[in-house]
Unconditional design. Structure first.
Lengths: 163, 200
């Protein structure tokens, strides 16, 4: 069954599925294919979205979104599939996948907060963990943490020294 | 019975004189009721201290249910911006006299989060801290050493962080507002121009 699924993904979406180890696959698709691929995989038994992650490739000028799916209910034949796609860094926008996987909501909020990617159609894109707004979202590679720390925290004087 | 504490100090009937001379000081000294503010990994050291292996209760340390019943404030771990607000609120709810102890290297200078975008580095810029326990992680025994040091400090009257907080309240509040933005709770003491609380 797994072999036929692999061939079906490769022929339908014109990608190649790489086998990392047993029951752990990875594939890269174009950004306008992602929703179709996810819908297809959901119907094929990938019922669990484990994680959405993001990588900032600053030299290429791209963000990489990573969706980790697993067919949780398949028991011993459980499959993990890592789906990767790249979006432009200048216009960080993407479609939400909440209609397909409902539990994507906090992951997309987190990525919005830390990388500044807007997910169109997301019902509440607001802060998840942080309390304040940053000029550059803090997980981007061009966010200078040491400069930020110097300006924000180290500029505050200790109370005892002021007398 | 003579119980050795540290060095040549003995908890025996010599203490009775101290009790008669200054009961107000001796009351909280052996009744440190703690609020453990479990911000980071330091909380992992607290359950063995409270339970029978190290048994903090023989030192008079107990876990208090609410900040309003506590006088020892133990901050165990890094302090992010969000928890700083909760720490200030908790500290302001505690009745005087109150003693703060920073546990681990993170509240001292940031520790391994020294260049993080979301942790405040030095806790004593925002609330007064009476003592520090250095280490990453400190052993449970170091809490008892800290407690015996705190006893000495209470004896000598130098564990006066809560008095400093009242005196310099304007400065503390200004530092808190600098890093947290506008605070959504009213000031504890009145804010004066000179930098102290209660000076109009």
């Amino acid at each position: 069954m797994n072999e036929s699924l692999k061939k079906k993904i490769e022929s339908d979406f014109k990608t190649s599925v790489e086998i990392l180890e047993k029951n752990r696959w990875t594939t890269t698709v174009k950004k306008d294919q992602v929703l179709d691929v996810l819908r297809f995989l959901r119907n094929k038994g990938f019922d669990h979205l484990a994680l959405i992650s993001c990588v900032d490739w600053i030299k290429e000028g791209e963000f990489e979104l990573i969706y980790i799916l697993s067919s949780y209910l398949a028991g011993k034949e459980r499959l993990h599939l890592i789906l990767k796609t790249r979006i432009s860094r200048k216009k960080p926008e993407f479609e939400t996948i909440i209609p397909i996987f409902e539990n994507a909501e906090p992951y997309e909020r987190e990525i919005h907060e830390l990388f500044g990617i807007n997910f169109n159609g997301h019902p509440r894109l607001e802060h998840l963990l942080l309390d304040r707004d940053y000029e550059i979202p803090p997980f981007r590679k061009d966010f200078d943490t040491r400069k930020y720390v110097k300006e924000t925290f180290e500029s505050i004087k200790p109370v005892e020294e002021e007398k | 019975m003579q119980l050795r504490l540290c060095g040549d100090k003995k908890m025996d009937r010599n203490q009775i004189v101290k009790w008669i001379r200054n009961p107000k000081k001796m009351g909280p000294k052996y009744s440190l009721w703690g609020i453990y503010f479990a911000t980071g990994c330091g909380i992992i050291e607290i359950p063995p201290i409270l339970t029978s292996r190290w048994d903090a209760e023989r030192f008079g340390i107990k876990l208090a249910a609410t900040p309003r019943q506590a006088n020892l404030f133990l901050i165990t771990g890094y302090v992010s911006l969000k928890t700083l607000g909760a720490i200030i609120r908790t500290y302001e709810q505690m009745p005087d006299p109150k003693y703060t102890v920073g546990f681990g290297s993170c509240p001292i200078n940031g520790g391994m989060y020294w260049d993080s975008y979301n942790t405040i580095k030095k806790l004593d810029k925002y609330i007064p801290v009476d003592g520090w326990i250095a280490g990453c992680m400190p052993r449970p025994e170091s809490i008892f050493i800290a407690v015996t040091h705190l006893w000495t400090m209470i004896d000598k009257g130098i564990a006066d962080g809560y008095k400093k907080y009242k005196e310099n309240y304007t400065r503390y509040r200004r530092n808190q507002e600098k890093v947290l933005g506008e605070l959504d709770w009213p000031p504890l003491y009145s804010i004066g121009k000179k930098g102290g609380g209660n000076d109009e």
